[in-house]
Design a protein around this ligand. Structure first.
Ligand code: ATP
Ligand code: MG
Length: 383
């Protein structure tokens, strides 16, 4: 595994690291940026871990002319902004008291303490600015095998923070080797602590489920969540038996986590996952389209291309059938056609009568697969 990433050598990163390194401080990258770089994957954010304490971090940033924000000062995290990019800097710490949601922290000078309070071995790999790896818990071995595994006793780690149940499934879906399967010890500890999920804020549960459903292929992780009772605990009434079919039908343009949510079925997830207004609208429109059961071209005309694909793939997956061969042509057509009648064409009607007639003609035109012209439709007025 060789690290060669632009982010590591970028001026903005170097500025932050140089600012913190003074007085022989230990300043290391950790978490996703190290893990993903080692896997040759893009990174989402840069987490930095240091033996410097929060007030020193703030002072050092100030001296270097960098803005810092005490985003998580209670657990030792300061966000430093360098050229509009955010760097999360956290002091080495150990968690001394936890209640399943919050931790009371003590700062530490030892990297081993800091590593042991993290969740999975693959997330506790540290790296210097020169790309030298410091691996106190042997995370590299697990990363090479793509083995997502709790640090030390899974049961204890989950009781400290129940969000780790969902993080376990998310990281397994994102980074686990499907042939290796989910870590058995981790899975049974998750199943044993199912009741702890109710203590979590719904936003946090929703955010993890969203991330799971956005991974390339969440089928096997969802199946593990189903068997352990966790899926139905979060989303009552769901079943993932049709998920492999949906995944098989998707391509890179049609992957959509809302479609996957629809195929899981179950009760309305708007509240349990705290969907955004936009997501909720997409979810409800797709369900509405499923109830209408019209051709994909008609759905595309009425709701737009995204819902039309979601609808077509969801129906095919749920009924174990294939979508029409000309699906993309149908959907493109439905979203580009223009209804050939204008209200002024019906100048002798007004108010409700006008509205009803426009609706009737539109329905006839959609049923004709958009083939009827203005002239054809005008002839239908008196019929
Ligand atoms: P991503 O690429 O999604 O940002 P990440 O591993 O960087 O992945 P973050 O949520 O940014 O995830 O957290 C940074 C690091 O902090 C993790 O790699 C892990 O070491 C630690 N961490 C985060 N959340 C927890 C948690 N709930 N319990 C223990 N350690 C955690
Ligand atoms: Mg991160």
């Amino acid at each position: 595994m060789k690290i060669n990433n632009r982010w590591l050598k970028s001026k903005d990163t170097i500025k932050v690291m140089d600012a913190l390194k003074c007085r022989n401080n230990q300043v290391l990258f950790v978490g996703g940026c190290v893990r993903n770089s080692l896997l040759g994957l893009p990174i989402t954010d840069i987490d930095i871990s240091t033996n410097a304490r929060p007030d020193e971090i703030i002072n050092l940033a100030k001296k270097a002319g960098l803005k810092s924000i005490p985003t998580g000062i209670n657990h030792g995290t300061i966000t430093i902004i360098s050229n509009n990019k955010a760097f999360e800097v956290t002091s080495f710490r150990k968690d001394i008291k936890t209640d399943g949601r919050h931790a009371t922290v003590a700062y530490s000078d030892k990297i081993e303490d800091d590593a042991e309070r993290r969740d999975f071995t693959i997330n506790a790999i540290y790296m210097t600015t020169d790309g030298i790896i410091i691996d106190p818990l042997n995370g590299m071995k697990d990363l090479k095998k793509r083995h997502v595994r709790f640090i030390k006793d899974p049961n204890k780690r989950i009781i400290e923070d129940y969000l780790r149940i969902l993080r376990f499934f998310r990281f397994t879906a994102e980074y686990g080797d499907p042939d290796l399967g989910i870590d058995a010890e981790g899975l049974s500890a998750c199943a044993a602590n199912i009741d702890g999920i109710a203590l979590l804020a719904k936003e946090r549960v929703g955010s993890e489920i969203r991330k799971i459903l956005k991974t390339q292929n969440p089928s096997s992780v969802l199946a593990a969540m189903e068997i352990s009772g966790i899926l139905s605990n979060i989303l009552p009434g769901t079943a993932c038996k049709n998920m492999p079919t949906l995944i098989h039908l998707e391509n890179k343009n049609t992957i959509n986590w809302i479609t996957r949510l629809i195929v899981l079925g179950g009760a309305d997830p708007t509240n349990s996952l705290r969907l955004s207004n936009k997501e909720n609208k997409e979810y409800k429109s797709t369900l509405k389209a499923i109830n209408m059961g019209e051709k994909p071209s008609a759905i595309s005309f009425k709701f737009g291309e995204i819902i039309a694909y979601s609808y077509s793939l969801a129906i095919a997956a749920l009924t174990e059938t294939s979508p029409p061969n000309d699906l993309s042509d149908q959907i493109a057509k439905g979203s580009s056609v223009k209804f050939p009648i204008k209200p002024q064409d019906l100048h002798n009607l007004e108010g409700k009568q006008l509205g009803d007639m426009l609706k009737k003609l539109k329905s006839i035109w959609i049923k004709s697969d958009f083939t009827l012209t203005n002239k054809d439709l005008m002839k239908k007025i008196d019929q």
